[in-house]
Design a protein around this ligand. Sequence first.
Ligand SMILES: NC(=O)c1ccc[n+]([C@@H]2O[C@H](COP(=O)([O-])OP(=O)(O)OC[C@H]3O[C@@H](n4cnc5c(N)ncnc54)[C@H](OP(=O)(O)O)[C@@H]3O)[C@@H](O)[C@H]2O)c1
Length: 273
Amino acid sequence: MIDMPKVGVIGTGRLGGMIVRGLARAGAVPAESMIIQNRTGEKALKLAREIPGIKVASTPGEVLREAGITFLCVKPQDLAGLLRQTGTRVPGDKLLVSTLLVPYLSRMEQIISGPLARVYPAVVQETGRGVALAAFGRDVPEGRREELKSLMSAFGMTLEIPENLFRLCGDITSCGPAFMAYMIGSLARVAARRGLDPALARQAALETMAATASLLAQKDLGFDSLVDLVATPGGCTAEGIKVLAGGLDEMVDRVFSATEHREAEIDKQLTGL
Ligand SMILES: NC(=O)c1ccc[n+]([C@@H]2O[C@H](COP(=O)([O-])OP(=O)(O)OC[C@H]3O[C@@H](n4cnc5c(N)ncnc54)[C@H](OP(=O)(O)O)[C@@H]3O)[C@@H](O)[C@H]2O)c1
């Protein structure tokens, strides 16, 4: 078991809150070894009431000074303001972990000196499952890498991949939960529109989605193998699959292009860095 340094979280919104709760629930670090801070102080205080023992700092600089590993969980447009408060130097024995969509590490390293990493988690990881992406900057000692990966294992799987694949893989892991919910939700919505009770349609879709994921994992099936298993030739499912095959991949391709385009726009809008 790795001896963990103090863990800090700056920005206790949806994602920062998920990280704090995930670490506490898994016992990855004792509450007394966590220090948090949020621009609207009451949000951090509320989280500290939920998890007694956590220290609430009065400034983000205090978090950076006290924690060995700090998760930065503010929105990209708030980064410049935050750095005006904290300065741009991370001591060599610490690690600053950005969860921000942008800027990428290569740009962060031009602005901030010291050990940097980037993780791209998913809100579904509050269940203890799900996938986060991780990439490390050039100055990160091996020990700190292992500590971060060990912390991240408190809320699911972490894939270390080149940062230029974050957008594409993030469309599966991070935006994916929304895309999957929308697609499965479509089965329930259309069934309800055609007369099924909406609550029953939701329950049927939810349970079937969970069972499908279980079967794929338990039998280590490929997606196409599961389709073949259900879609017997000449049957109803096969007819439905023909309709999906007529355009779903092209639509998903457009979804990926849309997220890529939006990420580039958000990056362009980053000012003051
Ligand atoms: N949500 C997701 O699914 C997800 C997934 C992967 C990555 N991310 C990334 O995670 C980051 C946070 O997203 P989110 O959904 O958690 O947003 P959020 O709910 O708006 O949380 C951001 C938090 O940062 C706080 N903040 C802003 N400036 C600050 C400062 N100078 N000092 C301290 N705290 C400050 C905000 O405080 P206030 O209360 O004052 O607004 C807010 O509580 C984003 O960069 C996003 O790209 C999110």
